[in-house]
Design a protein around this ligand. Structure first.
Ligand code: PLP
Length: 408
């Protein structure tokens, strides 16, 4: 008899986005004339830039001719991309990361989940609350989370670190031993960042306790503050305790094209084992490499033309983030994030819960947001708005919210 992974039965349903979809559909059915503006989902809307598209077309042509055909590529990614990343994302910032410490993948989500393959089941996992759910659910699937406690809305064996306005969105160092710590800066969902001093404290903690930091920098390109590291490896000591995840999704509109990378430094060793060697073994066994066409497209992001073009797209989103932040503040809200992030984390009106405020915005302003409570108990009292939408619709949304609040 085959035995299934019983941990899957313990996973709570993906309540958040299905519940948003249910409430939105019910409202739209009852009010077919409503012009809904979506500010909830974290997907991009601007197309791939011309330099990327041209590089992908040329790569397809390569595959169409016997002389330039590529079959299976290196599981770790092509040198042309690893070297471009090493130069632009690390060497240019004075960071000592070698090209062969960079593993190309089909995106950060897969890597954030798959990294658990090289960890034993008995690690104590620490995550921020609110949190990008992938860190938690993938550890739950691997049996590292214990049981789901409906009452507490959390897993019995996960160490949750509240990150709220009260602690400046910086998690406090743990008061009990933890082995693996997930940090995300700029953060999804709060849009806030961790500065050099804050990350240094975590790097020191991890080195002292032989812990590992899983550092998710998927939103690195949005950093606009000087004192915020673009990579954890800008923080002294990080190469002996941290793995970093990056993505082309929000950097260059690759949510559909799919490409990301993970840095596993050779200096990262636990229990006498090189994590770099283990991840290499994992990838060469279970992954046959990201598509050649997509890697050519990703490399074009680092060309002079490509770099300029993606900045234009990023500026479009950055301008939206500013419109949302200023629009919400003008309507009287307290707002976090937005400065170094496409996410705006808005405090709900006094006495109003996340879902209640979600309903108010849906019904009275026809705007779809994401209730903060869906990202964890400490997200209660906030909603997340995203800057990935159309510029005109974003402006209109802010006008609607201001009108709504002025009449309440
Ligand atoms: N990490 C964070 C924090 C994210 O918000 C996302 C996507 O929304 C990802 C990773 C996934 O990125 P990718 O599209 O590269 O899989």
């Amino acid at each position: 008899m085959a035995h299934v992974n019983a941990n899957y039965q313990k996973l709570p349903g993906s309540y958040l986005f299905s519940e948003i979809a249910r409430r939105t559909a019910a409202y739209a059915e009852a009010h077919p004339e409503a012009k809904l503006i979506k500010m909830g989902i974290g997907d991009v809307t601007r197309p791939l830039v011309p330099a990327v598209v041209e590089a992908m077309h040329a790569a397809v042509d390569d595959l169409s001719r016997a002389e330039t055909f590529y079959g299976y590529g290196p599981e770790q990614g092509y040198d042309f991309l690893r070297e471009a990343i090493q130069q632009a994302d690390f060497a240019a910032r004075g960071i000592q990361i070698a090209a062969d410490e960079i593993f190309i993948s089909d995106g950060a989500k897969s890597d954030c989940g798959n990294i658990g393959d090289i960890l034993s089941a008995d690690n104590k996992i620490a995550v921020c609350d609110p949190v990008y759910p992938v860190y938690v659910d993938t550890n739950a699937m691997a049996g590292r989370a214990g049981d789901y406690d409906e009452q507490a809305q959390g897993w019995t064996n996960i160490y949750y670190m509240p990150t709220t306005a009260e602690n400046g969105f910086c998690p406090a160092l743990p008061t009990e031993p933890v082995d693996v710590i997930y940090l995300c800066s700029p953060n999804n969902p709060t849009g806030t960042t961790l500065n050099f001093q804050q990350l240094q404290a975590w790097v020191d903690y991890a080195n002292e306790h032989d812990a590992i930091i899983m550092f998710d920098a998927a939103y690195e390109r949005f950093i606009a503050e000087d004192n915020v590291p673009h990579s954890i490896y800008e923080v002294p000591g990080a190469t002996t305790c941290a793995i970093e995840f990056r993505s082309f999704s929000k950097t260059a509109g690759f949510t559909g094209a799919r490409c990301g990378y993970t840095v596993v430094p050779k200096a990262l060793v636990r229990e006498g084992q090189s994590l770099h060697a283990m991840w290499n073994r994992r990838q060469t066994t279970k992954f046959n490499g990201a598509s050649y066409v997509i890697q050519r497209g990703a490399a074009a992001v680092y060309s002079e033309e490509g770099a300029r073009q993606i900045e234009e797209t990023l500026d479009y989103y950055r301008a939206n983030a500013k419109v949302i932040k200023e629009g919400l503040e003008a309507a009287g809200f307290t707002v976090y994030g937005a400065v170094s992030s496409p996410y705006v984390w808005c405090k709900t009106p006094v006495g109003m819960g996340s879902w209640e405020f979600f309903d108010l915005l849906l019904e009275q302003a026809n705007i779809i947001t994401t209730p903060g409570a869906g990202f964890g108990p400490s997200g209660e009292g906030y909603v997340r708005l995203t800057a990935f939408g159309d510029a005109d619709a974003t402006k209109e949304a802010m006008q609607r919210i201001q009108t709504l609040m002025a009449t309440r």
